[in-house]
Write a protein that binds this ligand. Structure first.
Ligand code: ADP
Ligand code: MG
Length: 806
């Protein structure tokens, strides 16, 4: 087996033949992490300085401008590699510490930044952090020094209020500065022990107890000055403190008498230990943290400088500087996000797309041939889309409209226009059921289209064999004009002759890569993404800042709002009776099963049982169908088709019905366990009824009678406005859950709130202005920013090197 050193030596020998940074794929900088891992493991933490040093040289090597500079760097690198320290020996100090079962003593106060340590060095380079502690820190997402600086406190406890003992009041959170009068440990009856100290500040005495921390007796000794922060408690009529924060007065105060940072913790990492580690790292490294924000941006936006912001977010002088630090760091996140989005848009646009020649007459005849008249909102959206299609700048448009507002027809017309102009169009939907339904709708809508009838095909996972081959061939030779499908559309073998318009329905169900994959199928095709999840403006700006937006804010005529009622589990019988009543009137109903867990399998099982129960015990005389995500494509389709044809009275379904299904005769929906769903999702479900001219109803049964659950559901009951519900959902659950787990590819925001519109707008505006000055981020001054953007959008790919210690 080759050792890491041998391996790297070989690579360097190869590189030294040409100095073109081509010895390994992606350059030596990319190899740095591999080296770090392999050599780090082989040599252990004692050699970390050396291992790190080599890694840093590898990183900088790739940045060197010419072969001469590289040659020089290479010589040093090869020399350094010849002098490895002696191999691994277990670090002893730490295992001893861990054996004590108490928290390890705080790390030594001074950092040990070796000459070659950088912000990207692993935390093990810090004194007091051995392999064991570093593993625990990793659980908190802290791997490097940089991570440590950026692991922000969850909150701060305000211990800045100093008081004297005679003025203490029960229940308040305060800080006192005192002297130890008496201290000692005794055993408790339960087998533990109690450390008890009596303190005085001259105005009175107070007793403090700590359970099971006998070692405190070594530090808190008679005569010492100590600071206590915590909540004033009471025992047998006397005020006291139980296990408060404390520290000796002799040092700079970290844990008491200030705004004290409170970090997320894990087993084996105590608040006090982490606070000290962060403090030490912040003290030394915040000065060495290069500011990636352009100075002009900082000035214009009146931002705190990065060093101060990092110091203040952890150990604020006061509330106002904490606020300023938070603002600055949140601004950073949003600014980087916006620059990334602007870059994407810039890249898309830098290559021209194919302008379509849309004939106005054709368009008019096409619209006239539809079975109904378009609403004004639909006409307006169509107008915007058509004018995009006619330019050579590829369209990037988000078509937003509440459930049932009629987005499909708008997309269908756009696709037909693409076909009339001699090209192909594709529409991708998240589920087979939906793709199938779109396929039928679109075929029907275009039945009476003027001119040549478009050839429309359906391509999903269930389309196989001969038929699939036929469609592949048709797409390749151009005889298929419009294809509707699922993920099957982005398989490798799918090739288009000339795809100019790609439509994605329910786009939040797709990841960034999948959207990109569909675009790849054409040469810079026009892209239309559609969503029925109304997107609050803040999210629209942050996540879809690179898209133009059309909104359909009007319902087709004759729609009646769905009447929604929140009912108690005890009223279920009445709800069943109500559902039955609707069916007796000739209508159909949905019953949505509770979301037991985010798992298809478990959800399916619950749905099967519920279907069984309802069919046998509640509705034995009615025709019930079952629909869940685990069913085969064919079976799903068959069931759906039956329901659409009216051969089923009730469709018992899981959340798979959330998207897009259109059955105008369905007038009632009963949603079990409604409190487990998001508001926006409930609104989507509800959109499955009320699609015809009949009055429709949605009954929500909640498992929880908690006031919060009731309040949330009452919001769904009270309004039919999807926007309002989405906004509430976002505020209550945050963007991650709001968008669903599928929304990948966007950077993580730690501090920025997706609901802070003014901040988002400020960052967006700053990014827009700045971007114009350097859209390629090519200026040397903007190199750090460019890296930051890349790292944020593509953490796996970017090399990490940032600042280095001098
Ligand atoms: P969504 O925007 O939720 O995707 P759909 O495109 O499925 O909505 O349309 C919902 C229903 O409204 C469909 O049954 C469709 O036929 C109907 N519809 C759409 N536009 C109009 C219109 N302008 N007039 C009448 N009905 C319409
Ligand atoms: Mg739809």
């Amino acid at each position: 087996m080759t050792t890491p050193v041998e391996k790297l030596t070989n690579i360097l020998r190869l590189e030294a033949e040409k100095y073109q940074d081509q010895a390994v794929l992606g350059g030596l900088a990319r190899y740095a992490d591999t080296w770090l891992q392999e050599a780090g493991a082989a040599f252990g933490s004692e050699a970390i300085d050396w291992v790190e040093g080599i890694a840093n040289r590898l990183r900088t090597y790739s940045d060197l401008p010419d072969p001469a500079a590289r040659q020089e760097a290479m010589n040093t690198l090869r020399e350094a590699l010849k002098a490895p320290p002696s191999p691994r020996r277990e670090q002893q100090t730490e295992s001893k510490q861990d054996a004590l079962k108490t928290e390890p003593p705080a790390p030594a106060p001074s950092p040990s930044p070796g000459h070659r340590t950088s912000l990207d060095s692993p935390v093990t380079t810090l004194r007091g952090v051995g392999p064991r502690q570093s593993k625990r820190l990793a659980k908190l997402g802290i791997h490097t020094i940089h991570d440590l600086l950026y692991s922000f406190p969850r909150r701060h406890d305000d211990y800045s209020q100093l008081k004297t003992i005679n003025r203490l009041e029960y229940g308040e959170e305060v800080t006192i500065i005192t002297q130890v009068w008496d201290a000692g440990v005794r055993q408790t009856r339960g087998g533990g022990n109690l450390f008890k100290a009596t303190l005085s500040d001259g105005t009175g005495f107070i007793t403090i107890t700590w359970f099971n921390q006998p070692y405190l007796a070594d530090t808190i000794t008679v005569g010492k000055q100590i600071v206590i922060s915590g909540k004033v408690d009471e025992y047998l009529g006397q005020l006291c403190f139980n296990s408060p924060e404390w520290e000796l007065l002799e040092k700079e105060l970290l844990h008491t008498a200030r705004l004290v940072p409170v970090y997320p913790l894990t087993q084996g990492i105590s608040g006090k230990w982490l606070r000290q580690l962060v403090k030490r790292s912040v003290d030394y490294w915040s000065k060495r943290l290069p500011d990636h924000l352009p100075t002009s941006v900082c000035q214009e936006a009146g931002l705190m400088d990065l060093e101060t912001a990092i110091v203040q977010i952890h150990f604020p002088d006061n509330k106002s500087s904490l606020e300023k630090a938070r603002y600055r760091l949140a601004f950073d996140e949003l600014f980087v996000l916006q620059i990334g989005l602007l870059r994407q848009k810039h890249l898309w646009r830098s290559e021209p797309g194919k302008p379509l020649s849309v004939n106005d007459d054709v368009r008019q005849t096409l619209v006239d041939s539809l079975p109904y008249e378009l609403t004004n909102a639909q006409k307006k959206a169509l107008g915007q889309i058509v004018s995009d299609l006619c330019t050579d700048r590829p369209m990037n448009r988000l078509l937003q409209g509440d459930v049932g507002s009629g987005k499909t027809v708008v997309a269908a017309v756009a696709m037909a226009l693409a076909m009339a102009a001699g090209s192909q169009a594709a529409m991708m939907a998240p589920t087979e059921i939906l793709a199938e339904q779109h396929y039928q709708t679109i075929s029907r809508l275009l039945e009476r289209a003027p001119g040549r009838r478009p050839t429309v095909r359906l391509l999903t996972g269930s389309v196989t064999g001969q038929e699939r081959e036929e469609i592949y061939a048709g797409l390749e030779d151009g005889s298929v004009d419009i294809v509707v499908g699922t993920h099957a559309l982005i398989q490798e073998n799918v090739q288009f002759k000339q795809l100019v318009l790609a439509v994605i329905d329910e786009q939040h169900r797709f990841g960034v890569e999948q959207r990109a994959a569909l675009r790849q199928k054409g040469y810079n095709p026009h892209l239309l993404v559609m969503t029925a999840t109304p997107i609050p403006r803040s999210l629209e700006l942050t996540l879809w800042g690179h898209l133009d937006v059309s909104i359909i804010d009007e319902m087709p005529p004759g729609r009646r709002p769905v009447t929604t009622r929140l009912i108690l589990p005890t009223e279920r019988e009445r709800a069943y009776a109500f559902v039955r009543g609707q069916i007796e009137k000739g209508h159909q109903a949905f019953i949505i099963c509770p979301l037991v867990e985010e798992s298809d399998k478990i959800e399916a099982k619950a749905a099967i049982e519920e279907h069984e129960r309802l069919q046998t015990h509640i509705f034995p005389d009615l025709r019930l169908g079952l629909l869940h995500g685990r069913m085969k494509g064919d079976d799903k389709e068959a069931t759906m088709a039956k329901f659409v044809r009216g051969e089923l009275d009730i469709l018992v379904a899981t959340s798979v019905v959330e998207v897009g299904i259109d059955v105008p005769n369905a007038t009632a929906m009963l949603i079990e366990g409604a409190d487990h769903f998001g508001l926006a999702q409930l609104h989507q479900f509800r959109g499955r009824v009320g699609r015809g001219e009949h009055a429709s109803y949605c009954l929500l049964v909640s498992d929880s009678s908690s006031p919060e659950a009731q309040e949330r559901l009452q919001a769904v009951e009270a309004t039919n406005d999807g926007f309002e519900l989405a906004q509430r959902d976002l505020e209550m659950r945050g963007p991650g859950e709001f968008l669903g787990t599928r929304q990948s590819g966007f950077p993580d925001l730690k501090l920025a709130s997706m609901t802070d519109l003014p901040l988002i707008e400020a960052a967006r505006e700053a990014a827009r202005r700045f971007f114009e000055t350097d859209p390629e981020l090519a200026h040397p001054d903007n190199r750090l920013l460019a890296r930051k953007v890349q790292a944020a959008f593509d953490p796996a790919q970017s090399s990490k090197g940032e600042g280095e210690a001098s």
